[in-house]
Design a binder for this molecule. Structure first.
Ligand code: SF4
Length: 290
């Protein structure tokens, strides 16, 4: 597995804690790109602020690390500039469901042709473990020693309520399944959302590999489940909690036009926007910052 992914590596070492789920997620992502034979020079990854975002230094595709919660906005713009690229937005649960929630809603509703990876470790880990909307109510967190007072939030039901064309769930400890989900997401025409239960042994200590093994069910083992049925996917999503996790493709709807298919002002163009930019003098723009 490692041999195939070497061309996606940089010479930087990750700064993640031992046992962090980001190692598995990045290995699954690099292996998915390698197996799909998508070169680093054909890939753009928008990274967010957070522990996952520190992985930007360790992957040698084109990329941009933006402000907190803006990975999806950056990714949708990059795809607009060059539709030939494979474009991925990589962010954590804090960025996705706090600062970036409007971008998530817009990306799903618009069906931007990008893949959104949500590293869900149920806390703001980079800033030492504050509660996010995905943290269980009453759980003591940094700054809230008596427990998080707010109610929980079913992110699965929320995502399904936006009528996504692709919604999958993976686990950072099951790299093979996650790699297959990322491949399916990248191949999907439209917005693919992959939420990933991520090991964080520093600030979500209770959720150990053994705990996940006891709380995860693969949708492929469910009788009478079809990920082509919106009603079944919504019914299953309503049942999900942090303690009751299903992995696999929860829902997929094919043959839906993406945002980029519907841009009437670009219909007759054979070129990408990047091909049309010859040279741009940024000196006048930089004057604003002097
Ligand atoms: Fe990973 Fe958690 Fe450590 Fe961040 S704090 S690097 S998410 S284990």
């Amino acid at each position: 597995m490692a041999q195939n992914t070497e061309k996606y590596n940089t010479n930087k070492r990750p700064t993640w804690c031992p046992g962090c789920g980001n190692f598995g997620i990045h290995m699954a992502l690099k292996t998915a790109l390698a197996e799909l034979e998508i070169a680093p020079s054909e890939t753009f990854i928008a990274f967010d602020i957070g522990c996952n975002g520190n992985g930007a230094d360790t992957i040698s595709t084109y990329g941009f690390k933006g402000l907190h919660g803006r990975a999806v906005a950056l990714a949708s713009g990059a795809k607009l500039a060059n539709k030939k690229f494979t474009v991925i937005a990589d962010q954590g649960d804090g960025a996705c469901f706090h600062e970036g929630i409007d971008h998530l809603v817009n990306a799903i509703k618009s069906n931007y042709d990008i893949t959104i990876l949500i590293h869900n470790n149920e806390n703001f880990a980079l800033t030492t473990g504050q509660a996010t909307v995905t943290t269980n109510q009453d759980k003591p967190m940094y700054g809230q020693p008596y427990g998080k007072p707010e109610k929980g939030f079913n992110i699965n039901e929320f995502i399904m309520s936006l009528h996504p064309t692709f919604f999958a769930k993976g686990y950072s400890g099951d790299i093979k399944e996650l790699k297959d989900l990322i491949k399916k997401g990248i191949k999907h025409h439209g917005c693919s959302v992959i939420e990933i239960s991520q090991l964080c042994p520093s600030y979500n200590k209770e959720a150990t590999p053994q705990w996940f093994n006891e709380h995860i069910t693969k949708v492929s083992t469910l009788k009478d489940y079809s990920n082509k049925s919106y009603d079944k996917a919504m019914e299953l999503s309503k049942k999900m909690t942090n303690d009751k996790i299903y992995t696999g493709v929860i829902y997929q709807q094919n043959n839906v036009e993406s945002f980029y298919d519907n841009l009437k002002n670009r219909k007759n163009y054979k070129t990408e926007l990047v091909d049309e930019v010859k040279e741009y003098n940024i000196k006048p723009l930089l004057k604003y910052f002097e």
